[in-house]
Write a protein that binds this ligand. Structure first.
Ligand code: ZN
Length: 127
């Protein structure tokens, strides 16, 4: 990866870090409001659920972004943590905070979906 490309990724990651760190809109929705009206309370509870799941997703993403910036400092940005191969530039452009190449990512996704110890026969037949 060239220095220019690396700098471009750094800017993207730093922007996401700032955006994700300033997540006030979701945080504000977490404030518990009491209302004498049942409908209001239900409405507010569902807004809080939504904000909560947004916050969880964002804080997970923020950790990934910060880890990617850390790898950039360490000089290992763009190298898959699973197999030490260079991550495809197209993939990095789409998901700059990724720590896996597409092969390792797919393996990780499969492992996550599968109950442990079970072989995904559909996958084997397809391959
Ligand atoms: Zn890999």
């Amino acid at each position: 990866m060239t220095k220019t490309e690396l700098n471009a990724f750094r800017r993207i990651l730093e922007n996401s870090q700032t955006e994700l760190g300033n997540d006030n809109r979701n945080r504000e929705a977490l404030v518990i409001e009491t209302s004498p009206d049942d409908l209001d309370r239900i409405q507010h509870a569902s807004e809080r659920d939504y904000a909560m799941s947004n916050l969880e997703r964002n804080s997970g993403r923020l950790r990934e972004v910060e880890a990617a910036l850390g790898r950039m400092e360490a000089g290992t940005f763009g190298i898959c943590v699973g197999c030490d191969e260079h991550i495809n530039l197209k993939r990095l452009t789409a998901v700059p905070w990724t720590s896996f190449c597409i092969v390792c990512q797919e393996a990780a996704d499969r492992a996550e979906k599968m109950p442990s110890g079970e072989v995904d026969t559909a996958q084997l037949i397809a391959a």
